[in-house]
Design a protein around this ligand. Structure first.
Ligand SMILES: Cc1cc2nc3c(=O)[nH]c(=O)nc-3n(C[C@H](O)[C@H](O)[C@H](O)COP(=O)(O)O)c2cc1C
Ligand code: SF4
Length: 548
């Protein structure tokens, strides 16, 4: 493969483009509502109407408004059909000839769509994720070519530093700094790993990116591998994501066949292969050291850092580990330039962020907005607010490691620093909206139960602490707790946060602490008076703590 081949594929795709394209969502959400059947009926109706020369029915990835799926878009008509069934699909084809579609429609100019700013999701819902030609037609693999032929690895790292991208896996670590450290680390072999474990309840951004645009992740990984000097990559993806896995398998195979993965990519000396590793779905395996242990075939438990993966990672070799969304940003950054990317977002949080909007909200689905977008704009304007006229009470960001932001802080800009100041985190992008019917103690209990179940048990503070905190939250929720119990809960939060080995335990108290910070009245309302009077020592009584 040389540049000319890439250009030829692109031109051929453009020349073959039919007058009308019916884009049918084939991501997991819509497929669970039979979008496969919808696509088949559309194809049949197009053939029956004798429109095969004019109309292309294209299977695409997520079209974002998941709650209204299956979705079908008609280009260039600009119609967006919702809740399409196999039965009413033919009427969409009839509508192309002046008939009336019996499928419902939504306004593609509504704020949910119009206010999005797509970098990561630019190809989502547009390209066919199972055809590499479709990705190439959307400028795919152009950045990899430019990087391999026009930049040194050092320059690639410098561009990443300059653009200001921060890792989208949760902590927001500067990506350029990480790439630079791996590039400088000495080792006969280096690895690149894509973290596609995505274990946060309510989060489905990474799954969607892999299902909708797998080549953007592969291209991003290849650019990263060139920058750091790696020749082998792994994508660690959970077994619960079968569609993402099969799309990745197809994408890797096609990229290899075209010489975009493998030896001598774009006729350069650069070699890079990518293999999949399927995780069993343990939340802790998303933690980088546990993930690498799992890839090595060992039990997936975290280990202390340092050494950091950048210096000693997979099989003891320097390893670059980034999140799916981090890699998916990469091709566009090199195509459009570091300055272009750095101009989007805020001073310290550059670019965009993809969120999976879920919970008590009208428009559930995926959205991508510039960093710094006010939370209110996301949930009220784009999300359409709480359904049935309810009032939004809080927004949970960051999953089990995050916190609940109350309605009075909805004007907060969504960036790493602002969310942190409110005791929450950006996390990987799960955003769960709660309305005024939500019990915040229940929310804290839910997330604590999740952490308790998912704790790997390696260190005592997390193993025993999450059980104790969950026990106390149960006691509070069932109106059997006293102020002394609440005090114990707060002490345990502090202890577990400060003494756990990995991020799971260190952040497990966050949902509890943030609900205590903003909704303490809901806890207080459930407490019973202490029969022994107030505990003046302020210390927990050992014999009152439960055991697992
Ligand atoms: C318990 C736990 C689970 C995690 N799960 C994920 C995950 O599913 N996906 C992810 O990208 N990062 C996850 N992380 C963060 C990773 O350890 C790591 O920081 C991240 O993948 C680095 O990529 P980035 O720099 O691109 O953000 C998790 C961390 C912890 C402590
Ligand atoms: S903090 Fe929890 S999940 Fe992390 S190592 Fe300790 S027991 Fe395992």
């Amino acid at each position: 493969m040389i540049l000319n081949d890439l250009i030829q594929i692109k031109e051929k795709q453009q020349a073959a483009r039919k007058k009308i394209v019916l884009r049918c969502c084939m991501a997991a959400g819509c497929m669970s509502s039979d979008s496969k059947g919808v696509k088949e009926r559309l194809e049949k109706a197009v053939a029956d109407a004798g429109l095969l020369q004019e109309v292309e029915v294209r299977g695409v990835g997520c079209m974002k408004l998941c709650c209204e799926g299956p979705l079908v878009a008609a280009d260039p008509q600009g119609a967006l059909y919702v809740r399409v069934t196999a039965e009413n699909a033919p009427s969409i084809v009839a509508a192309l000839n002046g008939g009336k579609a019996s499928a419902g429609q939504t306004d593609p100019q509504a704020p949910f769509f119009a206010q999005q700013f797509s970098i990561v999701l630019a190809n989502s819902g547009v390209v066919d994720p199972e055809r590499i030609e479709s990705y190439i037609a959307a400028d795919g693999y152009q950045a990899l070519h430019e990087v391999l032929h026009e930049m040194t690895p050092k320059e690639v790292v410098e561009t990443m530093v300059k653009c200001g991208l921060r890792g989208r896996g949760g902590a927001g670590f500067p990506t350029g700094l990480k790439w630079g450290t791996v590039a400088k680390s000495s080792g006969t072999r280096k690895y690149v790993i894509c973290n596609a474990d995505e274990g946060d309840p309510g989060a489905f951004m990474d799954r969607s990116v892999l299902e909708s645009d797998p080549h953007s992740v592969l291209e991003g990984m290849a650019i990263a591998a060139y920058a750091v000097g790696a020749d082998q990559g792994f994508i660690y993806v959970r077994a619960e994501y079968p569609l993402a896995i099969s799309r990745l398998q197809v994408a890797i195979k096609q990229a290899k066949q075209m010489g975009l993965l493998g030896a001598g990519i774009f006729e350069s000396p650069f070699n890079f292969n990518v293999d999949l590793r399927i995780g069993a779905g343990a939340f802790v395996c998303g933690e980088e050291t546990a993930l690498m242990a799992s890839v090595e075939g060992k039990r997936g438990t975290p280990r202390p850092r340092p050494p950091f993966p950048a210096e000693s990672g997979l099989f003891g070799c320097p390893t670059l580990l980034n999140n799916v969304e981090t890699f998916a940003n990469v091709p566009t950054i090199y195509r459009k330039g570091a300055d272009w990317f750095a101009a989007i977002g805020t001073e310290k949080s550059k670019g965009t962020k993809v969120f999976a909007l879920a919970g008590k909200i009208k428009n559930t689905g995926l959205l991508e907005v510039p960093m710094g977008t006010p939370l209110r704009k996301i949930v009220e304007e784009m999300g359409g607010g709480a359904p049935d006229g309810g009032a939004i009470k809080a927004v949970q960001t960051g999953g089990p490691s995050g916190g609940c932001i109350p309605a009075q802080h909805l004007d907060t800009p969504v960036d790493y620093e602002s969310l942190g100041r409110l005791g929450s985190i950006m996390g990987s992008g799960g955003m769960i909206v709660m309305d005024d019917s939500t019990n915040m103690v229940e929310i804290a209990r839910f997330f604590m139960e999740f952490c308790m179940d998912e704790s790997c048990g390696k260190c005592i503070p997390c193993r025993a602490g999450t059980v104790q905190m969950h026990h106390l939250l149960n006691k509070i929720a069932s109106r059997q707790a006293t102020p002394r119990d609440l005090k114990k809960l707060e002490e345990l939060c502090d202890l577990v946060r400060n003494t756990s080995l990995c991020g799971l335990g260190q952040t497990a108290p966050n949902p509890t602490l943030s609900t205590l910070r903003f909704f303490r009245n809901e806890y207080d309302a459930l407490l019973q008076p202490d029969p022994h009077g107030p505990d003046r020592t302020g210390h927990a009584h050992k014999h009152e703590l439960a055991t697992k």
